[in-house]
Design a protein around this ligand. Structure first.
Ligand SMILES: NC(=O)c1ccc[n+]([C@@H]2O[C@H](COP(=O)([O-])OP(=O)(O)OC[C@H]3O[C@@H](n4cnc5c(N)ncnc54)[C@H](O)[C@@H]3O)[C@@H](O)[C@H]2O)c1
Length: 258
């Protein structure tokens, strides 16, 4: 028996990276998955590769009309929505003085406003599930950048801090329908998103990660599966860090005392 048998999940930003890997893990646990993105060719290719349990839907998460159409399409096709993973994200690191208003608003629109629109659009569909029985779950992908500052991440960190707050508010508002809402905070994860940071910065972050490696999309997907499934049925409004220990503090001095 799969952990997500009979469940229907919508994963934004599912055309590549962590979202695509989450889709693959979810279907291996019995779910039907809709991946939604603005990368239409990549999204359709991922859906074709993963087979009949996955469909691709064009969705720009910054547009409420597109959200409403996407939820309607999921309900038309599957008749229910159990899991929403607000995973779509944009990362454009720049120092404050070098960044533009356009950069700031682009990250705000996808990483923060898109999460708000997603939770709002999914609520009426998830409210139709039987409370306490069918385990609706919303998983908002934040970051370790939602806990700490780093040079060049003013807009990005701002949005990821905001996701923590919005998650807690939604957890309280949606609890009467047993809809759980939690946030996930990955550390450095090797996907296309971080190619923009360059090798030197990447390697410095890995060096500051106590487990001494970058994470994989699979590392994150296993946590997202836990939060999507009944294994986490008494967990809501919480923050889950998957970062090899990066957020624990800065590693100084010897790593072992023998
Ligand atoms: N990779 C990391 O190191 C890391 C660390 C912490 C948090 N995260 C977060 O994890 C999530 C997934 O990132 P990833 O590493 O898989 O990166 P990625 O760039 O591979 O995937 C992000 C996806 O979001 C999609 N997207 C962007 N704007 C969109 C929009 N307006 N509408 C719909 N889809 C849109 C992109 O097309 C892309 O497919 C993001 O929220 C990111 O901020 C990533």
């Amino acid at each position: 028996m799969g952990q997500l048998d009979g469940r229907v999940a919508l994963i934004t930003g599912g055309a590549r990276g962590q979202g695509a890997v989450e889709a693959k893990l979810f279907i291996s646990e019995g779910a039907r998955v809709v991946i939604a993105d603005v990368r239409h060719d990549e999204g359709r290719a991922v859906a074709a590769e993963l087979g009949d349990a996955v469909t691709y839907l064009p969705l720009d998460v910054t547009k409420s009309t597109e959200w409403n159409a996407a939820i309607a399409a999921v309900m038309d096709k599957h008749g229910r929505l159990d899991v929403l993973v607000n995973n779509a994200g944009l990362y454009r690191p720049k120092l404050i003085e070098e960044s533009t208003e356009e950069d700031f608003l682009a990250m705000f629109s996808v990483n923060q406003f898109g999460v708000y629109l997603g939770m709002k659009a999914a609520l009426p569909a998830m409210r139709q599930n039987v409370p306490g029985k069918s385990g609706s779950s919303i998983i908002n992908i934040s970051s370790v950048a939602g806990f700490r500052g780093a040079p060049g991440s003013c807009a990005y960190a701002g949005t990821k801090f905001a996701v923590r707050g919005m998650t807690k508010v939604a957890a309280l508002e949606f609890a009467p329908w047993s809809i759980r809402v939690n946030s996930v905070h990955p550390g450095i994860i090797d996907t296309d998103m971080i190619s923009i940071m360059g090798d030197e910065r990447h390697d410095a972050i890995v060096a500051a990660t106590p487990l001494q490696r970058a994470g994989t999309s699979d590392d994150v997907a296993k946590l997202v599966l836990f939060l999507a499934s009944d294994a986490s049925s008494f967990i809501t409004g919480s923050e889950f860090v998957v970062d090899g220990g990066l957020n624990t503090g800065t590693a100084v001095g010897p790593r072992r005392i023998d």
